[in-house]
Design a protein around this ligand. Structure first.
Ligand code: NYM
Ligand code: MG
Length: 212
C-alpha cells in the first residue's frame, strides 16, 4: 500500500435548498481563505460556462424541455467534464469551495420520482468531498427570502420534496448549519469547518471517491 503523504487542497461542498445562502457564503469563504493565505477557488455546479452547462442553463430557464433522465445525466456530465481540472487543482494545493455537487444532482432528480440508486450511479468515481456543509433552512423560510429567480424547481411545493430528498441522502459526516442565523454567525461556523478540513488535507488525507 502506498503511504506517501502528499499535502493537497480540500474539496468542500455546500449544499442546501435554493435561497439557503450557499452562493453568498461560498464567496465569503473563498475571500476568508485567501485572506488567511490559503489558496482557494470558488466553483459551482451547474457550471453554465461549458457546452453541457449551456444546455443545462437553457433547461433551467425553461428555454428547452428535456426528459428527466436526460437532464440528470447532463448535470452529472457537467461534473465529469470538470473532474480532471478538479484533481489538478486539489493536488496543486488549492482548496475548492463548491456551491452544489452530486448531492444536488440526486436530491433534485429523485424529487421528480427518479429512483435514488439510478440517480447516484453516474456520480460513482467522482471525487468525494472532504466536507459537505448543509445550509439548513425550511422550504417556507427560504421562500420568504424572496428572489426565487423564476427558474425551474424554484417553487415551494417542489422545494419541500427536495428537502425530504436531502434528508434521505445525508449521512452523519455532513455538517448541518442552521441557515437562519445571521450571515456572520453562519460565516464563522463555516470558517471553522473549512479550516479543519484544510488542515486534514494539508496533512495528506487521501482523496477518495463517491459514494463513500
Ligand atoms: N441542480 C443542480 C440539479 O437539479 N442537479 C444538479 O446536479 C445541480 C448541481 O439546478 N435549483 C439544480 C438545483 C438548482 C438549479 O442551481 C440551479 P443554482 O445553484 O441555482 O445555479
Ligand atoms: Mg438557484
Amino acid at each position: 500500500e502506498d503511504r506517501r503523504v502528499e499535502p493537497r487542497g480540500a474539496l468542500v461542498v455546500l449544499e442546501g435548498l435554493d435561497r439557503s445562502g450557499k452562493s453568498s457564503q461560498s464567496s465569503r469563504l473563498v475571500s476568508y481563505l485567501e485572506g488567511s493565505g490559503i489558496s482557494a477557488e470558488l466553483w459551482r455546479f451547474p457550471d453554465r460556462t461549458t457546452n453541457v452547462g449551456q444546455m443545462i442553463s437553457s433547461y433551467l430557464t425553461n428555454m428547452s424541455q428535456l426528459d428527466d433522465h436526460t437532464i440528470h445525466l447532463l448535470f452529472s456530465a457537467n461534473r465529469w467534464e470538470k473532474r480532471s481540472l478538479m484533481e489538478t487543482k486539489l493536488k496543486a494545493g488549492t482548496t475548492l469551495i463548491v456551491d452544489r455537487y452530486s448531492y444536488s444532482g440526486v436530491a433534485f432528480s429523485s424529487s421528480k420520482g427518479l429512483d435514488i440508486e439510478w440517480c447516484k450511479a453516474p456520480e460513482v468515481g467522482l471525487f468525494a468531498p472532504d466536507a459537505v456543509i448543509f445550509l439548513d433552512i425550511s422550504p417556507e423560510k427560504a421562500a420568504e427570502r424572496g428572489g426565487y429567480g423564476g427558474e425551474r424547481y424554484e417553487k415551494l411545493e417542489f422545494q419541500r420534496k427536495v428537502a425530504e430528498s436531502y434528508k434521505a441522502l445525508h449521512d452523519a459526516s455532513w455538517k448541518i448549519v442552521d441557515a437562519c442565523q445571521s450571515m456572520e454567525d453562519v460565516e464563522k461556523q463555516l470558517q471553522d469547518i473549512v479550516l479543519d478540513s484544510v488542515m486534514e488535507c494539508q496533512k495528506g488525507k487521501p482523496l477518495s471517491h463517491l459514494w463513500s
